[in-house]
Design a protein around this ligand. Sequence first.
Ligand SMILES: [Zn+2]
Length: 295
Amino acid sequence: MPTFRTRIAPTPSGLLHAGNAVSFIVTWVLARANNGQILLRIDDLDADRSRPEYVADIFKTLDWLGLDYDEGPSGPDDFYTNYSQQLRLEHYHDVLGMLRNTSHLFACTCSRRQIRRNSQDGRYPGTCHNLNLDWWAPETAWRVRVPDTTKVSYMEWQQGQKNSMIGQGMGDFVLRQKNEFPAYQLTSLLDDLYYQINFIVRGQDLLPSTAAQLYLAQLLEEPAFAQATFWHHSLLTGADGEKLSKSKSAMALKVRREAGEGPEGLYRLAGEWFGLGGCSELNDLVEGLRLKMEN
Ligand SMILES: [Zn+2]
């Protein structure tokens, strides 16, 4: 068996909330229960939204939650010097250039409004497929062509093999954005490959991203990604039933931290996701999950 390798991958575009915390906790517990390794990967490619205070909030939150990790930046300075995705831009662009030389990409100048207007089902309607637009013109995105019949398969933790008809789901997706930055689907995949991640914990809202990244891995002839196990966990909702959002700062963990609250309530929530009621200690969660996996 290869070593279990997973990652905690926050984005420094807002203050972290309880949903982020529970996702980090279950990732950590799974890794420790499997004698695995954890990478801290901070996705800061979106330079417009990424802020140093949010990077600092990530380290403070992990510390408050008591979650350690085996690989990744030790703090903000180490992050900016050695781990920022901005340092890997050249690599992302090299891969984009390689893909551009295949028949799978096309240049697209559609605005969101045009796509909404021309689409029957919200998917990209193929407007620019055969226009051979200039790759390098301003305000041009690069999309990957996803034929309607495209299907990908992956392993879902505790459930087994799942299939996704990505052609009918997400459709042609963006790999290089109009601002010339590589898109999340590309950078997340390349980073997971680079760090040899083989267990990916993420929210159910990222199911379409998983499908897109599996398809992209096929195009890049990187079979390792399809060997990974995924857990698409449910999402925490606020009292109003709405998905938690980084923009609602009242829900921020920073507020709880600064009010002197501890993380026990979040451990209990993580325990419920594993079917382990009443755990308010990290070690109890790890032991509980170990026992559960043995049976
Ligand atoms: Zn277009």
